[in-house]
Design a protein around this ligand. Structure first.
Ligand SMILES: *Cc1c(COP(=O)(O)O)cnc(C)c1O
Ligand SMILES: [Zn+2]
Length: 418
């Protein structure tokens, strides 16, 4: 394990105790690695461990798959379209069974947590993050607690039967935001490790494995990088990876970041196109206050209410440094784009990835991308329908239920009091 944690604000080096923010100035942290970027000769995520904040024995069997597109490329008239596929697609060797790139961040996060002495991981997620952590935590035998708003419970699936070391807790009458707060309270009461979201460097670096794999296969950087964003953590990780490459001596240009959200929930698109580096209440749809509203949206995973947009190392910095652009894509257009992808490439996409392909269509419309430009399209999730058909999604039983966001401490303690 040879990495340093360095503060993006005051540049001080920080000792890693699964530290989430700089103890001196509260800014986000970044990793630094020794030596050039050099993937190892092994399959899966272990290939990239020299640039992950994990011990030297880190391995994980699956990884993203990067290939040069023919089908979609022809359809769009692009000569250099590269696809980074995250999900389940047996013919291509893609075996991320939770079907999204959240499965790239879970293994390094558990490895970092273990190395830092954590015994139990806790997080709140209604969707892909919760599924990835419940699945990977179960495979590793790492005690993991996942909280989910009760309203999302029926759609929550796992790739396999839930392991005993994984506890699923539904929170009644709570939206996603309130569920996070309950998870924080349980974490404090019980001494469980909070996962940390965009503040977790293992999460950022884990998601950047997509662009690591892109660089390895393309053997150069793309001119354009496309990704659907909710919190923006994946984009921050990719941006940080490119900067680390430059620091290590690689002489190439920073790719333009094209980041996509699903209309009508497009706070970052509105702020960026308006020339602001802060998100204001008007950037959100009016109906947002109603917890049922978000649950009904097409690409729910892209509906983060407090993304790290402004400030040092935030999404705004990524966009301005890379001369990037943002796009809002309506459900109807996302579905058309998703069908086009499925027809031309041969695999189904999760809604967020359909939104991303819709963003590529918009960028072409707006003249942002030339037909010979090298494009890397991050397909953040796919093959879920295929997985369901061939293997079968499992709908897990929940272990506990909490009465609501204002539950008393005793109620938050009881599930673990044995
Ligand atoms: C989480 C997620 C995203 C957005 O990633 P952020 O890091 O939150 O911006 C995009 N696509 C899928 C499938 C996701 O699960
Ligand atoms: Zn600092």
């Amino acid at each position: 394990m040879s990495y340093k944690l360095v503060c993006a604000g005051c540049s001080k080096t920080v000792q890693d105790e699964y530290t989430l923010l700089c103890p001196h100035c509260d800014s986000i942290l970044r990793t630094e690695y020794e030596g050039p970027f050099k993937p190892l000769e092994e399959p899966g995520l272990g290939r990239y461990r020299s640039w992950l904040p994990v011990p030297d024995d880190f391995t994980y069997p699956a990884a993203p798959v990067v290939y040069k597109s023919e089908g979609l490329a022809n359809e769009l008239g692009l000569n250099n379209l590269w696809i980074a596929f995250n999900g389940y697609w047996p013919e291509r060797g893609a075996d991320l069974r939770s079907c999204t790139f959240k499965e790239l961040e879970a293994p390094p996060t558990f490895a970092r947590a273990k190395a830092c002495g954590a015994k139990t991981m806790i997080l709140a997620s209604a969707g892909n993050t919760g599924r990835a952590f419940a699945y990977v935590g179960g495979k590793l035998g790492f005690p993991t607690v996942v909280l989910i708003p009760n309203a999302c419970r029926e759609t929550f699936w796992l790739p396999e039967e839930k392991a005993d070391c994984v506890k699923l807790i539904a929170v009644d009458d709570a939206d996603y935001f309130q569920t996070i707060q309950v998870a924080e309270r349980i974490g404090k009461l019980m001494g469980f490790q909070r996962e940390g979201g965009h503040k977790n460097v293992a999460r950022k670096d884990g998601m950047s494995i997509v662009v690591m794999a892109g660089y390895e296969v393309m053997m150069k950087l793309p001119m354009h990088y496309f990704q659907a964003v909710g919190s923006g953590t994946g984009a921050l990780g990719s941006y940080e990876f490119y900067n680390k490459l430059f620091t290590s001596g690689v002489r190439e240009k920073m790719p333009k970041f094209h980041l996509v959200q699903g209309s009508p929930f497009i706070p970052m698109v509105k702020a960026w196109r308006d020339g602001r580096d802060t998100i204001v209440p008007d950037d959100f749809p009016q109906e947002c206050q109603d917890p049922g509203y978000l649950i009904g949206l097409f690409a729910k995973v892209l509906t983060n209410r407090s993304p790290p947009f402004g400030g040092t190392g935030g999404v705004h910095e990524v966009l301005s440094t890379s001369k990037g652009q943002m796009y809002g894509v309506e459900e109807e257009m996302a579905k058309i784009a998703g069908k086009m992808f499925e027809r031309s490439e041969g695999i189904d996409l999760v809604p967020a990835a359909q939104v991303c392909v819709g963003g590529l269509l918009k960028a072409l419309d707006e003249g942002e991308v030339g037909k010979d430009d090298e494009v890397l399209l991050n397909i953040t999730g796919g093959g879920e329908a295929r997985y369901d058909k061939e293997v079968g999604k499992k709908l897990p039983n929940f272990d506990f239920r909490i009465s609501g966001p204002d539950a008393l401490d005793d109620e938050l303690r009881w599930p673990f009091d044995e």
